[in-house]
Design a protein around this ligand. Structure first.
Ligand code: SF4
Ligand code: SF4
Length: 138
């Protein structure tokens, strides 16, 4: 009882822990895990980032000529950083920003087409394997 009273009196003189967000900007802690960034110039297209991503927020669509197109869904991403840890070209091909930033794309614009993209990516790999095999056979 007495302890509670002392704590109560102490709290009167303490500054609030809460901040007036968004009027007061949030303090970003060191090693904050923000959006995933990608640069195809340094990517070796090993697919490791895609394979380790728990929610499937990275998808590569395969071209018949062997090229691949990277796709990232920031609204599926859980910001675990597994892709960055796994990437052999980390910090050049794939990295995570340490700042608060909004995705450039709107949620509905990417989420409404993500399921179709997953099917497209799967089909593109099957088509590529077939294409490679037919080239070998000829
Ligand atoms: S941070 Fe995690 S969830 Fe986000 S893309 Fe990388 S592996 Fe996937
Ligand atoms: S893990 Fe890195 S190098 Fe491999 S596909 Fe992903 S971004 Fe490219």
């Amino acid at each position: 009882m007495i302890k509670a009273m002392i704590d109560g009196v102490r709290n009167i003189f303490k500054t609030p822990v809460t901040i007036k967000y968004p009027l007061t900007p949030l303090k970003v802690e060191k090693n904050y895990r923000g959006l995933i960034k990608y640069n195809d110039k340094f990517c070796i297209f090993c697919d490791k980032c895609e394979n380790v991503c728990p929610p499937g927020a990275i998808l590569f669509v395969q071209d018949l000529d062997g090229g691949k197109k990277y796709n990232y869904n920031p609204y599926l991403c859980i910001y675990c950083s597994e892709c960055v840890r796994e990437c052999p070209k980390t910090k050049k091909a794939l990295w995570q920003v340490e700042e608060l930033s909004k995705p450039a794309i709107k949620e509905e614009n990417i989420n409404n087409s993500w399921f179709e993209l997953e099917i497209k990516a799967k089909k593109s790999r099957i088509a590529y394997k077939k294409h490679k095999k037919s080239k070998k056979d000829n």
